[in-house]
Design a protein around this ligand. Structure first.
Ligand code: ADP
Length: 413
């Protein structure tokens, strides 16, 4: 059996699934493993292994130690390209964790290496120009990410954002250089590193830019980093293997849960034509009972998704962390009951943090990436110890079309 050539440490679950799904679609068979892997993990024959942590909003010390242990495991399993996956909207705080994790992982690369990459993922509307991140035609700070419940992004200047989280200087390869091609990019990045930078952000506004960046960076002497965009360009350049067949999923019921506060999810929730059970964090009531009853009328959407004003009202009452935990636990427990007791075998989950909680509650060991439901949103088969596999579509907030909750079932395993 061949060993994987690409290993990523991802700071959230849906980001990990997005990355693995896009690389699988680009021809590189991929799996996601959850939490710091241990010796009991039996890797199938794949090109890409992504370790999904829940470290985006964890204390920096924990994010660093879990990322380091995961990266060591990936290197021990033979990966030659080490990738730090963060959000394509650079979701983070002044404490981290993108900068501290990058600096820790650099310790596993040869001396003098730098972290090099970009969050730009043009197919999802994320582009980086002059170091500023855009979401569609808006600056990051003018997008809905500015009011994210946990990681509000109010500064679009990534050199500044990463600088606040890092001990080492951050350099920028401008788009002007990127357009001149791979040799110009690598020469510019080398100059920045020679001048003392340990982090290099590279502008990219389309897939051609990402192809040039992928060709410019030698994975043997760099820690690569970014969103799904750059990783997909790397997969295309590498060429793929033949996928190992994911396990089958028994026919069963379906369920949709949403704990995402993102604008796109709000549109998807509003557009859903089926039965909806709304979760009010200030007045939960008998959630499983209400959902079970509503399941008589079709595929139920269980939603805590609310407007930014409403989320602020709940956070003021319960506290930011406590309200998030309450909703995540409510939705995750519900999914576990639905899968283990009600025969549900296909679940759509909206929200990065929410997906992490669901995966944990289900006891998922590994996700085998399958068919894409939309760019950045891929069905997977989740294997669990001693329990049957489940089909999961884990979607981070801002992905998928408005009708995703209806159309995604067509591509379900
Ligand atoms: P996204 O991918 O859209 O960022 P996440 O699940 O990662 O979604 O994050 C949304 C966070 O907001 C979760 O921790 C969730 O529990 C919390 N949340 C969702 N709905 C509400 C609400 N109505 N009030 C307060 N917090 C909420």
């Amino acid at each position: 059996m061949s060993s994987p050539w690409f290993g990523a440490v991802a700071d959230d679950v849906t980001g990990a699934v997005d990355l693995a799904g896009e690389m699988a679609a680009a021809g590189s068979p991929a799996v996601v493993v959850f939490g710091v892997p241990d010796a009991s993990i039996d890797l199938p024959d794949v090109d890409v292994v992504v370790v999904a942590l829940k470290s985006r909003t964890a204390p920096a010390g924990r994010a660093v130690s879990e990322s380091l242990a995961s990266a060591r495991w990936l290197l021990d399993h033979g990966v030659s390209t080490l990738y730090q996956k963060y959000c394509s909207t650079f979701d983070s705080t002044d404490e981290g964790n993108i900068g501290p994790v990058a600096e820790a992982l650099l310790g596993l690369r040869p001396a003098g290496s730098a972290s090099v990459g970009t969050p730009a993922t043009p197919h999802a509307g994320r582009t980086q120009y002059q170091g500023k991140l855009f979401v569609g035609d808006r600056l990051l700070s003018e997008s809905s990410l500015a009011t994210h419940p946990l990681t509000p992004m109010t500064d679009p200047d990534l050199v500044r954002v990463l600088g606040r989280q890092s001990t080492a200087p951050v350099g920028l390869v401008h788009h002007e250089t990127v357009r001149r091609g791979a040799a110009a990019i690598s020469a510019h990045a080398e100059r920045l590193v020679a001048e003392g930078a340990r982090h290099v952000l590279v502008d990219a506004i389309d897939d051609d830019d990402l192809v040039a960046i992928a060709a410019a960076i030698d994975p043997a002497t760099a820690l690569l980093g970014g969103g799904a965009g750059l990783a997909t360009a790397i997969a295309r350049a590498h060429g793929g293997g033949s996928p190992s067949q994911p396990p089958g999923v028994a026919q069963g019921g379906a369920l949709i849960v949403s704990g995402s506060g993102s604008e796109r999810t709000r549109e998807q929730v509003a557009a859903y034509p089926g039965p909806v059970v709304t979760i009010d964090p200030l007045n939960l009531g008998d959630v499983p009972g209400r959902v079970r009853a509503a399941m008589q009328q079709g595929t139920v959407l269980v939603s805590a998704t609310a407007s930014p004003d409403e989320v602020r009202r709940v956070q003021a009452e319960l506290g930011v962390a406590a309200s998030a935990e309450l909703i995540e636990a409510t939705l995750a427990d519900l999914v576990r009951t639905a899968v283990d007791d009600w025969g549900v075998s296909r679940v759509i989950v909206a929200g990065g943090e929410t997906s992490g909680a669901v995966v944990e509650a289900l006891g998922v060991r590994m996700l085998h990436l399958g068919e894409r439901a939309a760019p950045g949103v891929t069905w997977s088969v989740a294997t669990r110890k001693g329990r049957p596999p489940v089909a999961l579509l884990l979607k981070s907030g801002n992905f998928g079309g408005e009708d995703l909750f209806t159309t995604a079932w067509e591509s379900a395993p």
